[in-house]
Design a protein. Sequence first.
Length: 285
Amino acid sequence: MIDSTTQLYGLIGNPVLGSRSPWIHNHVFNTCGIPGVYLTFNVESKALAEAVLGLKALGVKGFNVTMPYKSDIIPLLDGIDPFAKQMGAVNTVVCKGGQFYGHNTDGPGLIAVLWRQVPELEQKKILVLGAGGASRGICGALASIKGIMLGIWNRSSDKAVQLAAELDHGKSEGCTVASVCSENAFADYDVVINTTSVGMAPETEHTPININLLKQGAVVCDIVYKPHRTLLLREAIHAGYPVIYGIEMLIEQALLAQKLWNDLKDDQLFEIREALMKDFEGFHK
Ligand code: ATR
């Protein structure tokens, strides 16, 4: 029930129509008995600073930030967590004592999913497709795992070379990072993660790479969650590769945001994750 004790949470971005975040967060509030409501706010870029001040004035407890503002939000905050600062991207803002602090749960969310689903992750060769904003958070989090070998491929290879160099010089400990310029190298990797926008509208009938170039048995993961089964994942399933859906990462980054906002415990998160996946799979049978 919404009443005078209900606290406001939300998502700012452009576009936000069709976001699944309200479904996740309002489910958390309902099942955990937290007096909160989560709404989406479509913000024009010229109004971003005003929107952030407005959220502060209204006393929101926390909010998420999505495309295209994950970097633009940083100078508008009062503080930033070291990982989000290093990645140059914030997707979660926590309000404490009237001050806004930025965090990044995108990369850690994906990694939590990978740890659960890929045995011996720390010994794997992982190929990230794309070198844009989403890739930066994911590669930064992956580069913190000792033992893995991280390859970054991008359509415009200079961006992959630059990101790999940034991560390799001082930011990664015990993880090898390299840019991948030849498609022939794709067959070396055990896990492939698509962070490009290929697969979402209007490119729903495209894939970023040819699936036949991958190693047999490689795990194929797509962070695109709309559509649920991207063409890349459909082709991977057809060719017998294990897959990880984008919705799993979306749920995980949201649960990590809830942990920051409401200090949720791991057993609560486990139950919520199971319930959300069951609900979601019911829609996509
Ligand atoms: P995001 O924050 O979602 O990562 P972005 O920073 O604009 O968005 O990055 C988009 C990524 O998708 C980039 O790696 C981009 O490749 P380029 O750097 O070559 O532009 C990639 N991308 C977009 N359209 C693509 C396509 N048709 N084929 C391959 N990669 C594509």
